[in-house]
Ligand binder design. Structure first.
Ligand SMILES: Nc1ncnc2c1ncn2[C@@H]1O[C@H](COP(=O)(O)OP(=O)(O)OP(=O)(O)O)[C@@H](O)[C@H]1O
Ligand SMILES: [Mg+2]
Length: 203
């Protein structure tokens, strides 16, 4: 596949959406054809799945819901974009399920890895940016927004998610690049551009 899949990961409020917008603008300015998407709502089916989270699914149910949305997302959007040679920027992907449902809720991580493989047909990110931030700081940033189902869960849970993300990163340091997200947005954006630029020029 000719395209490039770049995923954005990190706890709530770590700056994923902010940085995806800036990176998209930077890449388009250099003439790249860029697609932006997010999980679970990257397809109409996924948007429907997202609404089901308000029904408070059990953790294993969350796994199945996210993986159902992911399979649809890869088939309908991500794979065709990659075949067409686009740079695909995706807000959360396979690592999020490992971090939230695996490390956060204690669902078997090998099961999640297996389901990720099935749902994606083996389409892995070429590059993952992990925005690392203390969860309390992330919540302060989004403090004025209404908290959703996930955000209401205890900070202890989000601490496990953060540590999980860091463990996932340590196991795959080449694919997953750690970005210290506590700095000002311009400094974070400059580092993101450096990492993405390195990746694109090495490829
Ligand atoms: N580096 C930064 N320093 C301070 N505030 C920031 C920074 N980056 C983003 N913000 C602000 O923090 C809030 C959360 O940022 P953003 O929505 O990009 O995070 P997110 O990771 O996408 O969050 P979510 O997981 O809830 O989607 C926004 O109000 C944004 O303007
Ligand atoms: Mg966001």
């Amino acid at each position: 596949m000719r395209g490039v899949l770049i995923t954005f990961e990190g706890v709530e409020g770590s700056g994923k959406t902010t940085q995806m917008t800036r990176l998209g603008r930077w890449l388009r300015g250099q003439g790249y054809r860029v697609e932006r998407t997010s999980e679970p709502d990257g397809t109409p089916l996924g948007a429907g799945v997202r609404r089901l989270f308000e029904r408070k699914p059990r953790p294993l149910t969350e796994v199945f819901l996210f993986l159902a949305a992911r399979h649809q997302h890869v088939a309908e959007r991500i794979r065709p974009w990659l075949v067409a040679g686009r740079i695909v920027l995706c807000d959360r992907y396979t690592d999020a399920t490992l971090a939230y449902q695996g490390y956060g809720h204690g669902i078997d991580r090998d099961l999640i890895r297996e389901l990720n493989l099935r749902a994606t047909g083996g389409i892995q990110p070429d590059l993952t940016l992990l925005f690392d931030l203390a969860p309390g700081e992330g919540f302060r940033r989004i403090g004025r927004r209404r908290l959703d189902h996930f955000e209401r869960q205890a900070l202890a849970f989000h601490g496990r998610v953060r540590r999980g993300y860091l463990e996932i990163q340590r196991a795959e340091p080449k694919r997953i690049r750690l970005v210290r997200a506590g700095r000002d947005p311009a400094a974070v954006a400059a580092e993101v551009q450096r990492l993405v630029g390195e990746h694109l020029h090495a490829a």
